[in-house]
Design a protein around this ligand. Structure first.
Ligand code: ATP
Ligand code: MG
Length: 311
């Protein structure tokens, strides 16, 4: 275990080469990041957890399935200029592999989304098995990734149903505030419905407390309630309210490239370690010097984000 604060500058960050290319037997894991409540930290968690999984040498794909396209723009990707989005995939206009773009973080790819996706719910009304479109599309990727994270919109509509049907598990970020628990029963009901009809083995990957402010007594109470309810499913790490986390999307960078010394970076780093441990992953840190240099240069703006396919 190590912490961001131990590093002095971005070049200290040791991005790895894929450590799992030889583990052909290992099946990729798909995790939906979902909570129908808006603004609870879904996208922040998706962007930063995906970046850190890649940092740890996991081949990662982030699927943006929210018409707001915040995960897409969080990496500085122009939502409108992209060649294709998840919308084109769901509507069977473009094969999934053709819409994948590089994120600028080594080993992390993205399937972008934009406002077109708003039309999908209506356009898909007459399509058969419309709940399983994403699942089928991601199956087309074979074993190309170790982890696929899906950033869900703040609703329990068809897009979220597609994500929960495609996923092995759901990670639920919860903001520590008064109304935090209110919508959770509808999310739990939705999970039960999905398990009953579309995806019997869907698990809760974990529950993440976000935007925690220890100075606010209420935050502690809400955290206690959530711990009582979800027990060991709650991650030990709590994401603090941290202004650097809020700033980083404006610069089109995950927190580890924006400010690797911030409390937010450290918290998401701890989350990724907990996440990997829960998934029985073993850590190792051989450093790929070329990627390390490259990431530093990208972070410094001296290199454009990678567009080639090699890692
Ligand atoms: P939506 O439901 O609209 O998709 P969301 O659940 O994806 O929202 P985010 O977009 O991740 O939530 O976060 C909402 C806002 O709060 C954003 O402006 C984000 O930058 C900010 N934010 C997220 N996490 C933190 C944090 N730990 N500290 C400070 N600001 C944060
Ligand atoms: Mg979001």
């Amino acid at each position: 275990m190590f912490h961001v604060k131990q590093f002095t500058n971005i070049t200290d960050y040791k991005f790895q080469t894929a450590d799992s290319k030889n583990r052909k037997d290992k099946i990729m894991k798909i995790v939906a990041i979902s909570n129908q409540k808006g603004g609870v930290g879904k996208t922040t968690t998706a962007v930063n957890l995906a970046s850190l999984l890649a940092f740890y040498g996991k081949r990662a794909l982030l699927v943006d399935i929210d018409p707001q396209g915040n995960a897409t723009s969080g990496f500085g990707i122009d939502k409108i200029a992209v060649k294709g989005t998840i919308y084109d995939v769901l509507l069977d206009k473009t094969p999934v592999k053709e819409v994948i773009v590089k994120s600028g973080v080594n080993l992390l790819d993205i399937i972008p989304a934009n406002i077109n996706l708003i039309g999908a719910e209506v356009e898909l009304v007459t399509v058969l098995s419309r709940e399983t479109l994403l699942k089928k599309a991601l199956a087309g990727l074979g074993n190309a990734y170790d982890y696929i994270l899906i950033d869900c919109p703040p609703s329990l509509g068809l897009l979220t149903v597609n994500a929960l049907t495609a996923a092995h598990s759901v990670l639920i970020p919860i903001q520590c505030e008064y109304y935090a628990l209110e919508g959770l029963s509808s999310l739990m009901n939705t999970l039960d419905l999905i398990r009953g009809n579309l995806n019997p083995s869907l698990e809760v990957e974990g529950v993440l407390l976000t935007m925690y402010d220890s100075r606010v007594g209420l935050a502690r109470q809400v955290a206690d309630e959530i711990n009582k309810f979800f027990k060991e499913k709650v991650y030990k790490v709590v994401i603090p309210r941290n202004v650097r986390l809020a700033e980083s999307p404006g610069f089109g960078k995950p927190i580890i490239l924006y400010d690797c010394h911030s409390r937010g970076a450290k918290a998401y780093e701890e989350l990724s370690e907990e996440f990997l441990k829960r998934n029985a992953e073993v850590f190792k840190f051989p450093v790929a010097l070329s990627s390390r240099k490259e990431i530093a240069l990208i972070a410094a703006g001296a290199l454009p984000a990678r567009t080639d396919k090699e890692n």
